[in-house]
Ligand binder design. Sequence first.
Ligand SMILES: Nc1nc2c(ncn2[C@@H]2O[C@H](COP(=O)(O)OP(=O)(O)OP(=O)(O)O)[C@@H](O)[C@H]2O)c(=O)[nH]1
Ligand SMILES: [Mg+2]
Length: 605
Amino acid sequence: MQKIKNIAVIAHVDHGKTTLVDQLLQQSGTYEAHQEVQERAMDSNEIEKERGITILSKNTAITYGDHKINIIDTPGHADFGGEVERVLKMVDGVLLLVDAQEGVMPQTKFVLKKAIGFGLIPVVVINKIDKDGSDPERVLDEVFDLLVALDANEDQLEFPVLYAAARDGYAKWEMEDESKDMVPLFDAIIEKVPYPVGSPENDTQAQVFTLDSDNFVGRIGITRIFNGKVKKGDEYLLVKADGSKTKSRISKLIGFKGLDRIEISEAEAGDIVAIAGFADIDVGDSICDKSNPVALDPMHVEEPTLSVIMSVNNGPLAGQEGKHVTSNKIQERLEKEMETNIAMRMEPMGDASFKVSGRGELQIGILAENMRREGFEFMLARPEVVTKEENGVKMEPFEHLVVDVPEEFQGVAIEKLGKRKANMTLLTPMPDGTIRLEFEIPARGLIGFRNEFLTDTKGEGIMNHSYLEYRAYTGTVVSRTPGALVSMDDGEAVAFSIFNLQARGVMFISPQEKVYSGMVIGESARPGDLDVNPLKGKALTNMRTSGTDDAVKLVTPRKITLESAMEWIEEDELIEITPLSVRIRKKSLDANERKRMARDKKNSK
Ligand SMILES: Nc1nc2c(ncn2[C@@H]2O[C@H](COP(=O)(O)OP(=O)(O)OP(=O)(O)O)[C@@H](O)[C@H]2O)c(=O)[nH]1
Ligand SMILES: [Mg+2]
C-alpha cells in the first residue's frame, strides 16, 4: 500500500497559497525536465489568471520520497469559502498560511474555524517573511490567540510552525535557520499530517468533492476514497444525498500527477482520484460497495447570504450583442451551475426571472462574468441579503470586517461604519503606522460600502470581510446618496452633450456609445435622479472654442464593471449585461412612470 498524505492549503486571500503549491510542485521534481509551467499554475481558468485570484479549489499530487502527497489549493476570497468547506472533509491535514505582515485576517478566521471543526491540526506557515514590515512573532501570537478563541483542543494548540517565503521557494523551522528550500515543509507534512484512516480491505466508500467533465466520458467526479478500492470496469452504487441509488460501472479512472492526469486501473483507500461512468454524479455523492452500501454523510456548507434577481434582458438593445437571451437558456445554464457549485442556490421566480443566491457579490459576479463570456445576455437587480426567521425573530447575516487605514482616516471610517450599524470590536495600531479597526457588521451594511470607503480614504484604505453568523435584524437601510443621470432619449451619445453634462456629475459613457431612454449614463453630483439628454449635438466648428484641443475635452468616464455596478445600483435600477457591455438602467424606462412611483414612495413614508 502506498504511503499517502492528503492536505489542503488554506488562508486569507493573497497570502500565497497558489504560489506555495507552485514551489511544492517544482521542488518535489514532479514536473518533467522540459515541461513549461506558468506562474501560479493551479490558477488554470481564464478569470483566475486575469484577476490573479483562485476561484475554484483544485487538486494536484506530488511524490516526495516514498510518499504521495495530494494537495488541494483553495480560494482565499470570502465569497468562495464554500469551496474550502467542502474540501476540508477530504483531507487529513491543512497548511494554514498567514501573511507575516498582514497577520490574521477575516478569512483566516473563517477557514481555521472550519478546519478546527473537522478536528484537523493545522501546520501553520507564516509566509512572506521577506516582506518589509513583516513581524512573524506578532503574527504567531495572533494565530495562537485565534486558536484559543476558537476553542481548539490541546493537540491543536501544539500546532507546528514554519516560516516561509513561498515566492522565493523556502521554508524553515526557525527564523535563524538558513533560507534554502522547501525541504522543512515537506518534512513537516510527512511528520505532522496524519496518515489517512480507513483500509483497502473494507467495503468501498468514496465521496465526490468536485465535478469535472470530459467530452469523451462525460461527467467526472473527483473523489476521495475513504475505504476499500475502486477498480476500472467494476460496478459500484452511487448514493445521493436523498438516499437514491444507481448502479454503474467505472468507465475510466484517472489519477493525478502534478498538472497531468493519467489513466489508472485501480486506486485504494486514502487516495484522491477522478471517476467517470456515473451519468448523474454530483458533489457530495457517495460511491459504495454494491453488496454493502454505506453512504458517507452528505456534505454541509454554510447557506448563501446574498441573493440577486437575474432576468431576461427586455431593454431596447436586447438581443443585439448576445447569443443566448431566452429564459429557457438562462434557466438551463443556472441549473448546470448549481450542480457543481454547492454554495450557490437558484430559484425560478416566474416572469422570466430567477433568484440566484451565493456568498457575496464577487461569487455572483463571477457566475455572471462566466455567463457573458459564454454569450449570455441578461439583467441583474440590486443584491439583497438572505434573511431568515428563527423562533419568530427575523435574522440577517453578519460579517466580520477588518479595515486598515492611515491614522488620519480613522475618524471617517468609524463614523461611516457606525451609520451602517457596524459595531467596533478592536482597534490596533499597526507597526507600519496604520490603524487596524475590526467590526461586526450586518452584511447589508456592506453593500455599496467599498466605493465609499475607497473615496473616503483616498484609495489608501484596505478592507476585508468574511461571514460570521446570523443575528437579529437591525433595521434601517443605507442607500446611495448621489442620484443617477438618466438618459431621456434613444440614440448614440454625442461628445458635446457629454461635455456639458460633466458639470452635473461623473459620466459612465463615451461619445458614440448607444444609449436609450431610462438608461443611467452617469452619477449625479447631487441626491435625486436627473433626466438628461446626451444626444444634443452642436456644429463641429463651435466645439473648438476652448483651448488648443481639436475636440472638446472629455473627462475619462468611470468604467462600469459588473461588480462595481452591483455595488452601485439602487432598488429601482438594473444592470444590463451582454457579452460586450455592462449598462445600468432604471427598472422603469418611462420617465413619467418613474416620477409617479417616486411620488407614491414619498407619500407612503
Ligand atoms: N513578498 C512575497 N510575496 C509573495 C510570497 N508568496 C506569494 N507572494 C505574492 O502574493 C501574491 C498572491 O499570491 P497567490 O499565491 O496568488 O495567493 P493565494 O493565497 O493563492 O491567493 P487566492 O487564491 O486568491 O486567495 C502574488 O503576487 C505572489 O507573488 C512571498 O513569500 N513573499
Ligand atoms: Mg490562490
